[in-house]
Design a protein around this ligand. Structure first.
Ligand code: RB5
Length: 145
């Protein structure tokens, strides 16, 4: 599995912690920035990660900002991305099983680091169930009507 990861200044510290977790899990990743803690615009970081997941260069994406909301809004503008904003372990698992989410958004200012890492681990190791859920995803990829 190849993971694309990025954060703005509001998510920079968790990005570094998540990179360590990915290394422990022997998961290949590319860090799309930000590489410093200074103030940046989250859409500039959501876009390359989301596009690289949508075009198949990477299997999954992880985006972190202060709330996770800006990253998730920006990410879901890219066709083919199903970005889930997650702050608990239950939805981390179920969004993989039901939504086949391919990008995870987290808010560094919302939850503690231990929970964020457990969410990442759960999300990366949970599988899509297919079946009736595939039909629903197909409807999203159409026009949602
Ligand atoms: C940056 O201050 C903050 O707005 C950003 O990290 C994020 O929370 C936006 O949704």
């Amino acid at each position: 599995m190849k993971v694309a990861i990025a954060a703005d200044h509001g998510g920079f510290e968790y990005k570094e912690a998540i990179k360590k977790l990915l290394e422990e899990m022997n998961i290949e990743y590319k860090d799309f920035g930000t590489h410093k803690g200074e103030s940046v615009d989250y859409p500039d970081y959501a876009k390359p990660v989301s596009e690289n997941v949508a075009n198949g260069n990477f299997d999954k994406g992880i985006l972190i900002c202060g709330t996770g909301i800006g990253m998730s809004i920006a990410s879901n503008k890219v066709k083919g991305v199903r970005c889930a904003l997650v702050h608990d372990v239950f939805t981390a698992e179920v969004t993989r099983q039901h939504n086949d989410s391919n990008v995870l958004a987290l808010g560094q200012r919302v939850i503690g680091e231990g929970l964020a890492l457990l969410i990442v681990k759960t999300w990366l190791t949970s599988e899509f169930e297919g079946g009736r859920h595939q039909k629903r995803i197909d409807k999203i990829e159409g026009d949602c009507s």
